[in-house]
Design a protein around this ligand. Structure first.
Ligand SMILES: O=P(O)(O)OC[C@H]1O[C@H](OP(=O)(O)OP(=O)(O)O)[C@H](O)[C@@H]1O
Ligand SMILES: O=c1[nH]c(=O)c2nc[nH]c2[nH]1
Length: 189
């Protein structure tokens, strides 16, 4: 998606540890105009798939998940990473290692909001090693829901999470794929 790539080149900063910082528009401050265009693009790509639910993971997936859900007219459900009295006792659970936080999280989704009648589109801001998506896929399987695929805003292709999933037959549509951040230079696939 050209608009997104231009924005990444204009505002993205490469940080230590192969981190691309895009917090001016994607996962801290939010550029709603751009996020709307991204939501429309996901709708265009998955419009024939009868999606019934968008599933994402807190924190950074929520904004893009919610904006995208408007174009599908379906609810967005986000996996929680922290315990809460606010959550049902009956939950699907999985484990996710966070690349940016360097720690493991137990993620949870209330059973009542995901079931075998659902056709699920996973949405997230970033795909790196694929751990967040693997956790969401695990939860989708536990719910016996149908996994349609994943829509990702930025994939860091050099970390291979996306290609591993594709090799396992999972549809992963990323709007920008980065092949290298070496020497602080952003190189798209
Ligand atoms: O493909 P992976 O290696 O799993 O990396 C991608 C995940 O990492 C980020 O989440 P993070 O753990 O930084 O949490 P946040 O959403 O709270 O920022 C991002 O929002 C994805 O969910
Ligand atoms: O803002 C982010 N930048 C990254 O490089 C990254 N990798 C995983 N998750 C990420 N989030």
């Amino acid at each position: 998606m050209e608009l997104l790539k231009e924005k990444i080149l204009k505002e993205g900063r490469v940080e230590e540890g192969n981190i691309l910082k895009v917090d001016s528009f994607l996962n801290h401050q939010l550029d709603i105009e751009l996020l709307n265009e991204i939501g429309k693009e996901f709708k265009k790509r998955f419009k024939n798939e009868n999606i019934t639910k968008i599933l994402t993971i807190e924190t950074s997936g929520i904004a893009i998940g919610a904006i995208t859900a408007q174009y599908f007219n379906v609810p967005v459900l986000f996996a929680r990473k922290t315990e809460s009295k606010n959550l049902d006792n009956e939950t699907y659970e999985s484990n996710v290692y966070s690349y940016t936080k360097e720690k493991n999280y137990k993620i949870r989704v209330a059973e009542r909001y995901l079931n075998e009648n659902d056709r699920v589109l996973l949405i997230d801001d970033f795909l790196a090693n694929g751990k967040a998506l693997l956790g969401l896929i695990d939860i989708t399987k536990q719910a016996k829901a149908t996994l349609v695929g994943a829509g990702i805003v930025i994939e860091k292709g050099f970390q291979h999470g996306g290609d591993n999933l594709r090799n396992n037959g999972i549809r992963v549509d990323s709007l920008a794929i980065i092949d290298s951040l070496e020497d602080g230079k952003i190189v798209f696939r």
